[in-house]
Design a protein around this ligand. Structure first.
Ligand code: HEC
Ligand code: HEC
Ligand code: HEC
Ligand code: HEC
Length: 415
């Protein structure tokens, strides 16, 4: 797919989503994504993208294909639970050859006979039932968001004792329709121990949060959700083709088409609308940066405490628990792809909590060291950047921290 560069302040400028926010290397250390986390190439290329990247990201098995190929429901039917844990390449080979590089297709969102909108993925159907929303009674406007929620949501991969993937679910059941918060998601991750990977720096198993666009957008605080606006309104604006009006099937940032999507409802100028988006994103980025460094500082303080055999174990344990909470919150906004635009007040609320919890965890770990009579390390933003540049520096020019990439972590300061 042909792609426009440089349309957006926080997206797409360079093919790297870690280096612009260096603290993320500390938070993702141990996770496949910490190695390589590239800017995605859009719908048509997504399966190809997955084949291109490092094998570490395919480690989880066939389960990774669930959101990347339209054949997922069929593959799952055929191999049952094996589908999730079979090696990725094996499951991939079950996709008919000519479609092995195909991403999103019509049938993901449309009934092939009637072309009505429909949900094709069992994961979303199960998740809707879990929050008491009847998947057979959805309005057209709800479907204009829910077809996207088949993929633009967070999910968890339950593991067996040998860390093999045994399923895939959206951790929504403690939420409600129009109110799926990070707190609800964390509760399920903890209750069902949906911890998928080991964070090296704090030496503990932890869950993961992936792109929760639907959850953030469809939650309290979102003026557009409350007004009945759907994903398709902003990402699939109407286009005129001859006499017909059709919905754009390019799924891109509204900034790319000079805010045309917004102007279906708003009568302000494109400049004004773009400025509103940037004002929101700059503020959310400010808090994401503050919170992110606070959470990274906590991780590094825990690491320092663990290195000292005389540190207070109870305090370290408490620090790790709070770190886990802070990590989920920071990632809830960092992995969400709009830099807070989808729900600005909720994004700031969640980041405020992440910042506070990062501080709490850091204090506890400091205390654990102080009690031994030793002095804790001095860690500030500059120190974290230096640690990242040293520890995670790129080895092959492809993976790891790239100091040449433009930094986007930033605090707003009075001019
Ligand atoms: C990611 C979901 C998604 C995929 C994939 C998708 N569509 Fe759509 N499509 C939509 C949505 C949402 C609408 C708007 C429907 C509405 O408003 O009722 C739509 C509308 C349409 C319409 C009605 C006219 C219009 O544009 O509003 C046609 C025809 C259509 N799509 C054809 C296709 C074809 C053909 C494909 C495959 C090449 C496809 N769509 C793939 C989501 C999708
Ligand atoms: C079958 C899964 C799937 C469905 C359904 C789907 N998407 Fe996507 N979408 C993806 C993936 C995968 C990417 C690219 C990469 C990523 O974020 O990992 C993507 C990327 C995007 C992008 C960014 C494109 C760019 O230029 O980088 C937008 C915007 C988007 N989707 C909007 C939507 C909207 C709106 C809908 C519903 C009408 C929708 N998507 C439905 C999987 C899906
Ligand atoms: C009121 C308009 C609006 C609605 C509704 C909306 N979005 Fe967005 N979305 C935006 C804006 C603005 C951005 C930021 C784009 C940028 O930074 O370039 C964005 C960004 C994104 C991105 C990243 C785009 C990129 O270029 O990488 C994805 C993916 C996305 N939205 C998906 C969704 C999904 C899924 C829904 C529904 C759950 C949704 N959006 C609802 C306006 C909207
Ligand atoms: C389908 C209609 C629709 C679309 C498309 C839409 N909006 Fe809105 N927007 C609304 C409504 C309704 C409100 C509620 C306030 C109002 O009545 O003006 C609103 C409110 C806002 C607000 C004020 C938010 C607040 O917290 O009070 C901003 C800023 C905004 N929209 C920007 C955008 C931008 C930028 C886009 C495109 C990316 C966009 N809107 C797309 C309908 C829409």
């Amino acid at each position: 797919m042909e792609r426009t560069k440089g349309y957006s302040k926080y997206r797409n400028d360079d093919e790297d989503r870690l280096s612009p926010w260096p603290f993320q290397f500390v938070l993702f250390d141990g996770w496949g994504m910490g190695i390589e986390y590239n800017e995605p190439n859009g719908h048509t290329d997504m399966l190809k993208d997955q084949l291109k990247i490092d094998a570490a990201r395919k480690k989880a098995g066939g389960v990774c294909l669930t959101c990347k190929t339209p054949y997922a429901p069929e593959l799952k039917e055929r191999s049952r639970v094996d589908y999730f844990s079979k090696p990725y390449d094996e499951v991939w080979k079950e996709i008919p050859e000519k479609h092995r590089e195909m991403g999103v297709v019509c049938a993901d969102c449309h009934d092939p006979k009637t072309m009505d909108l429909r949900i094709n993925r069992w994961t979303l159907i199960e998740a809707l039932k879990a929050i008491g929303k009847d998947p057979d009674k959805l309005t057209r406007q709800e479907l204009r968001s829910l077809v996207c929620a088949q993929c633009h949501v967070t999910y968890s991969i339950p593991k067996d004792r040998d860390n093999k993937s045994i399923g895939l679910l959206f951790p929504w059941k403690n939420g409600k329709w129009g109110n799926i918060t990070i707190e609800a998601v964390i509760k399920q991750i903890k209750d069902e121990n949906l911890r998928e990977w080991k964070h090296k720096v704090t030496d503990q198993k932890i869950g993961h949060i992936r792109h929760p666009e639907f959850e953030l957008f469809a939650s309290p605080g979102s003026v557009h959700w409350a007004a009945g606006v759907a994903c398709a309104d902003c990402h699939m604006p109407y286009e005129r083709v001859g006499k017909e009006k059709i919905s754009s099937h390019r799924w891109e940032s509204p900034l790319k088409k000079n805010m045309k999507a917004c102007m279906q409802c708003h009568n302000q100028s494109p400049e004004w609308l773009k400025e509103q988006v940037l004002n929101i994103q700059d503020r959310v980025n400010h808090m994401f940066t503050k919170a992110g460094y606070s959470v990274a500082r906590a991780a590094l303080m825990v690491e320092a405490a663990e290195k000292n055999p005389r540190s207070d174990k109870t305090l370290i344990k408490k620090a790790k628990e709070i770190y886990e909470e802070a990590y989920y919150r920071n990632t809830w906004i960092g992995a969400e792809n709009s830099m807070g635009f989808h729900n600005p007040p909720e994004a700031l609320r969640v980041l405020g909590d992440a910042l506070d919890q990062g501080r709490q965890a850091e204090m506890l770990a400091r205390e654990a060291i102080l009690k031994t009579g030793a002095s804790p390390p001095e860690i500030d933003m500059a120190r974290i950047d230096a640690i990242v540049a040293e520890r995670y520096k790129t080895k092959d020019g492809k993976t790891g921290f790239k100091p040449v990439v433009k930094r986007k972590a930033a605090l707003l300061t009075q001019k």
